[in-house]
Design a protein around this ligand. Structure first.
Ligand SMILES: CC(C)(COP(=O)(O)OP(=O)(O)OC[C@H]1O[C@@H](n2cnc3c(N)ncnc32)[C@H](O)[C@@H]1OP(=O)(O)O)[C@@H](O)C(=O)NCCC(=O)NCCS
Length: 158
């Protein structure tokens, strides 16, 4: 059983711990709080059977019609069970309700699981940002998911 819900202030401690354990450049409590209070962001958490146990989280920063995925992280022991997929699908649904048609992101070139997941959910790779990441240095692959392209491909496929 998994539930996807809006991230709340009380979740910040657990999410910061997930960041520390899973990210090379973790967001801290203050960074998470700063984004959570903005009205142009959308942050979701995935919970296990107990609503207070967070398995992973994802965040989106929106401008009119477009958005950027700022982060998505799932606890190591909960990966490959569909948590990332569920977080992203709910993020897309709520973004669409906010008028967002195009979603962009950057991902480390070596993040094979993330790149696979994004492609599976309709993102297309469209560029490389040289040395975008530090600690350790790495290129970013840029990807975009356009609602118009998804509709075109759905017509083409069937
Ligand atoms: C990316 C991430 C959020 C995915 O979360 P998750 O809960 O494991 O996602 P899901 O279970 O929904 O899907 C994972 C998919 O990746 C695939 N996958 C796993 N490891 C892989 C690898 N090394 N290469 C290619 N695909 C891989 C799985 O088979 C699955 O695909 P499928 O649904 O077609 O079988 C998680 O791996 C993570 O937190 N990574 C570290 C943080 C990160 O890199 N975030 C992305 C920042 S841009």
């Amino acid at each position: 059983m998994m539930e996807i819900r809006r991230m709340e202030f009380d979740d910040i401690g657990q999410v910061a711990a997930i960041e520390r354990e899973n990210s090379l450049t973790p967001w801290n409590e203050t960074g998470l709080f700063t984004y959570l209070i903005r009205d142009d962001t959308l942050f979701l958490v995935a919970c296990g059977k107990d609503d207070s146990e967070i398995l992973g989280y994802a965040g989106l920063l929106m401008v009119p019609y477009e958005a950027d995925i700022t982060n998505i992280t799932v606890r190591k022991e909960c990966r490959n069970l569909g948590v990332g997929t569920a977080l992203l699908e709910e993020l897309f649904k709520e973004a669409a309700e906010n008028g967002v048609t195009d979603i962009h992101l950057e991902v480390r070139e070596s993040s094979a699981a993330a790149r696979h997941l994004y492609k599976k959910l309709g993102f297309t790779e469209n560029g490389i940002r040289k040395d975008y990441y530090t600690e350790p240095p790495e290129d970013a692959v840029t990807m975009t998911r356009r609602t118009a392209d998804l509709k075109k491909n759905a017509v083409k496929d069937g």
